[in-house]
Design a protein around this ligand. Structure first.
Ligand code: HPA
Ligand code: MG
Length: 178
């Protein structure tokens, strides 16, 4: 079995807080004169980011949760996507803001944005805390992006390895050693 080493802090909690405030300000400005958006938290990875982000939203919003799983092993995602928990709100005619932890290959987000558009959403925008552009397989437009990161395995602040490390305050790099 390989050993898991928390290698270094990639993004400090303080930097996350500052960036989250900035993204919330942009969302407030962009939606102030629009119909009430639904902010959708993609479980489970985005849960910390979502909870902090929505507390800085000062316009009228609805919130909802969705869970999607991509098949494949833990650190690499395949193209297959499955809806594990669907939204409870009806999206037809609504402005949707998806809140995600990380955009990697882009498969999951491509699938989700497509399915919300097919269901008749008025608009679908994406807010992601992290992006790994070097891993992209399908193009994804990120309207509100926190940080671009290199192709290293990120854990903490909601991001997991095998369901662990989500509770760390900072985003760190996980290294596996034999
Ligand atoms: N960390 C956690 N989950 C992920 C990552 C990552 O770096 N990339 C895709 N899913
Ligand atoms: Mg995720």
């Amino acid at each position: 079995m390989s050993k898991e080493i928390i290698d270094k802090i990639l993004i400090s909690h303080e930097d996350i807080v500052n960036k989250t405030n900035e993204l919330a300000r942009r969302i407030n400005d962009d939606y102030r004169n629009e119909e009430t958006p639904i902010m959708v938290c993609v479980l489970k990875g985005a849960v910390m980011f979502f909870a902090d982000l929505v507390q800085h939203i000062d316009i009228d919003v609805a919130i909802d949760f969705i869970a999607i799983s991509s098949y494949g092993n833990t650190t690499r995602s395949s193209g297959e996507v499955k809806m594990v928990k669907d939204l409870s709100c009806c999206v037809e005619g609504r402005n949707i803001i998806i809140v995600e932890d990380i955009i990697d290959s882009g498969y999951t987000m491509h699938y989700l944005m497509n399915s919300l558009n097919i269901r008749g959403a008025k608009s679908v925008k994406l807010c992601s805390l992290l992006s790994k552009p070097s891993r992209r397989v399908v193009p994804v437009e990120i309207d509100y992006l926190g940080f671009e990161i290199p192709d290293e395995f990120a854990i903490g602040y909601g991001l997991d390895f095998d369901e662990r490390y989500r509770n760390l305050k900072d985003i760190c790099v996980l290294r596996l050693e034999d």
